[in-house]
Structures are given as structure tokens and as C-alpha cells.
Design a protein around this ligand. Structure first.
Ligand SMILES: Cc1ncc(COP(=O)(O)O)c(C=O)c1O
Length: 372
């Protein structure tokens, strides 16, 4: 008799809803035979990546037969200098996604609780379930984290809290004042992961009183971890490289549970050179600011509601027609992200692109709405 593998699988694995990525351009090309496609579905950098980073990868091709540096020595040194910490306070991962998962592996297991927000990044519940812990989803307020309610959700079983600032997919943020009130009240035996994947964009869209940099709080709060990525403002999404900052003891445990060669050599060198090219990051952030204006001005004109965002994306409220409009946008060659899996089925999340890409989306949307 055939084995019923579903009876062998850990019960908590069965309950995992896999991450749903943005539709790849090649897939839409295959399906519809379209030549020109605009992808605004994965919060990628529309400018590509730093030319210095790309050249560094070319130079590295010769050594493809060698394993990468498992310690990522040069990159960690460079990152440590960049953030003003010691290199033993830095861990690197196969995207920040991997690091978010590794933290759960280090701190949580069956019988433990992990807190995150409703509409929080999908990887938090997945990371929680992978280790058999119980996810505690705290209802959002105005689409963003309700930090007081998150504090109130802490129990004796809480091991970990994931928060993102700004949040994806909603683009909401909490201010420096709100953050300080929150972190000062979290018991020190609970680890807080502050996910700053969109930090660079938020810093450009917020005034200095509201925005803050998690690194400034690491000394005071040894239970704090910061996670960051090269996938967004640095434009290296395909290489899969992110980093985590925290106290050296916790970073040591993260290194203990990671794969020996979790970050490939191309990612390591590209990230180093990308860090050196802050002019590229500044340009990306500038283009995002202008593009956010372009899209939100047009939405205002069309009287379409959206969630105010400080990321490189915006959630557009298209009511009960959202999925239908998504399909029509695909047929017009525009890929955006439906959010039904986040319980936000009336919204489509649109990443900010170049001026031309944004115009492609807006023209297609206007045409669809006109035809209704
Ligand atoms: C809030 C947030 N954190 C982390 C990530 C993971 O990014 P990566 O694994 O590419 O570093 C993303 C990606 O979309 C994100 O939106």
C-alpha cells in the first residue's frame, strides 16, 4: 500500500500557507505573448543595481568552482564599518528572509509564542510555523502595527516579536516616539526583530523627527535584532543577500544554525561594492520619491483611495473589483500584487517604478476604469 506521507508530516508543517511571490515577467510573457511588460509587483529597484556591484560580479566569475567564503569575512567587516558595530554583531543571510527564519529557529519551538501584526510581512507567520511555535497575530490599527496591543499580547510563552518599519505590504510606519515607548516596555527576555527592509525609502519620505535607525538602540536593548536587505534600495534582489545586526551572543547563535555557505560569493562581493556606491542608493530613493508622488497624485485625481506609504510601494483600494482589475492589468502587460492572501482582497499593491513604468500602470488603470 502506498505510504500516506501526509500522515508522516509534522502537523504544524501542514498548516503553512506558502509565500506567494509576484508573478515573474517571463511567466506573463509565456501566458500572453506580450513583448512589453511592466513589473511593479515585488518592490524591486526599477533602476537595476550599482554598476560597481555588477562589475564586481563579473570579476568574480573566474572563481565559480570555489566555495564562497563561509564566514563572509570581507563583507561583514565592511558592513560593520558601515553601521558602526563590531563584525561579530553582523550576520549575513540568503536574503533577510533567511535570517528572519533563523531567528525563529534559535529562539522558538513548540509551546512557544511569536507575536506579529495583522497585515505584517508573510514571512513572520511562516517562520513561526516552520519551528512549530504558535503565531499570535495582533489586530492592526489603521493598517499598521498596534504597538500597545502587541505589548498587551505578551505572555509567559512569548519568545519573539517581529515588527517591520515600514511595514510591507501596507507601507505604514511607527514614529521614533512610538518605537521608544514600545521597546522600553518589552521584557528583556523576549527578542524583538525590527525589520528595516525599506529603511532607506522611509528615511527619505519622513521628517527627521519621525524616522529612526534601529542600530541606535542596540546598545541599550541587547534583546533587539535589526534585519536589513540588499534586495530593495540596493537593487540586488536576485542575489539573495540580507544582514542582521544585534548583540554578538545572539549573532553567534544565528551563525550556529545557518548553512555553512548560506551566502554565495557573487552576493558577497556585490553587496560590498553596492555599499560603497551610496550615490546609487540616493538616486533610487529620489526616483522613488518622485514616482510615489506621480502615482498618488494620479490616484487622488481619479478619487481612488490608497494607504499612505513610506516604502517603495502603495496599496490601492479597488474595492470588490480588485481581482478583476488585476487580471485586466495583466492583459495590459502590467504586473502588480493582489493581496487576498493578506486578507486585503480589495487592494492591489503597486511597487513604485520609473516614471515610464508608473505611467504604463496609470494609463492601463485609467483605460480599465473608463471601460467599466
Ligand atoms: C518587510 C520585508 N522584510 C523582509 C523581506 C525579505 O527580503 P529579502 O529576503 O529579499 O532580503 C521583504 C521582502 O519583500 C520585506 O518586504
Amino acid at each position: 500500500m502506498a505510504v500516506a506521507f501526509c500522515d508522516l508530516v509534522q502537523p504544524y508543517v501542514k498548516g503553512i500557507h506558502p509565500y506567494i511571490p509576484g508573478k515573474p515577467v517571463s511567466e506573463l510573457q509565456r501566458e500572453l505573448g506580450l513583448e512589453s511588460i511592466t513589473k511593479l509587483a515585488s518592490n524591486e529597484n526599477p533602476l537595476g543595481a550599482s554598476l560597481r556591484a555588477i562589475q564586481a560580479i563579473r570579476d568574480e566569475l573566474e572563481d565559480i568552482s570555489r566555495y564562497p567564503d563561509g564566514e563572509a569575512y570581507a563583507l561583514k567587516q565592511r558592513l560593520a564599518r558601515f553601521v558602526g558595530l563590531n563584525s561579530d554583531q553582523v550576520a549575513v543571510g540568503n536574503g533577510s528572509n533567511e535570517l528572519l527564519e533563523l531567528v525563529a529557529r534559535v529562539f522558538a519551538g513548540p509551546d512557544d509564542e511569536v507575536i506579529y501584526s495583522q497585515y505584517g510581512f508573510a514571512v513572520y507567520p511562516i517562520s513561526t510555523q516552520i519551528v512549530g511555535a504558535t503565531g499570535v497575530e495582533v489586530p492592526a490599527v489603521n493598517w499598521g502595527h498596534d504597538l500597545d496591543a502587541m505589548l498587551a499580547a505578551i505572555t509567559d510563552k512569548t519568545k519573539l516579536i517581529y515588527i517591520a518599519n515600514p511595514n510591507n505590504p501596507t507601507g505604514t510606519f511607527f514614529s521614533k516616539q512610538q518605537w521608544e515607548a514600545f521597546i522600553s516596555k518589552v521584557p528583556e527576555n523576549i527578542v524583538v526583530v525590527l525589520d528595516e527592509a525599506y529603511l532607506e525609502y522611509a528615511a527619505s519620505l519622513l521628517d527627521t523627527e519621525q524616522s529612526f535607525n534601529g542600530v541606535d538602540y542596540l546598545k541599550q536593548y541587547p534583546n533587539l535584532l535589526i534585519s536589513r536587505t540588499f534586495s530593495k534600495a540596493y537593487g540586488l534582489a536576485s542575489l539573495r543577500i540580507g544582514y542582521m545586526l544585534g548583540n554578538s551572543e545572539i549573532i553567534g547563535y544565528i551563525n550556529q544554525v545557518r548553512e555553512p555557505f548560506n551566502v554565495n560569493q557573487f552576493a558577497q562581493v556585490a553587496a560590498r561594492y553596492a555599499l560603497d556606491d551610496q550615490a546609487f542608493v540616493m538616486e533610487a530613493v529620489k526616483v522613488n520619491k518622485v514616482g510615489m508622488r506621480q502615482i498618488t497624485d494620479a490616484l487622488n485625481e481619479l478619487k481612488i483611495e490608497y494607504i499612505a506609504s513610506v516604502g517603495n510601494f502603495v496599496c490601492v483600494d479597488l474595492g470588490t473589483k480588485a481581482l478583476e482589475i488585476n487580471q485586466q492589468l495583466l492583459e495590459a502587460g502590467v504586473i502588480v500584487r493582489p493581496l487576498a492572501n493578506y486578507g486585503m482582497s480589495q487592494y492591489l499593491r503597486v511597487s513604485i517604478g520609473t516614471q515610464v513604468e508608473n505611467a504604463h500602470f496609470l494609463d492601463a488603470l485609467k483605460q480599465i476604469l473608463k471601460e467599466e
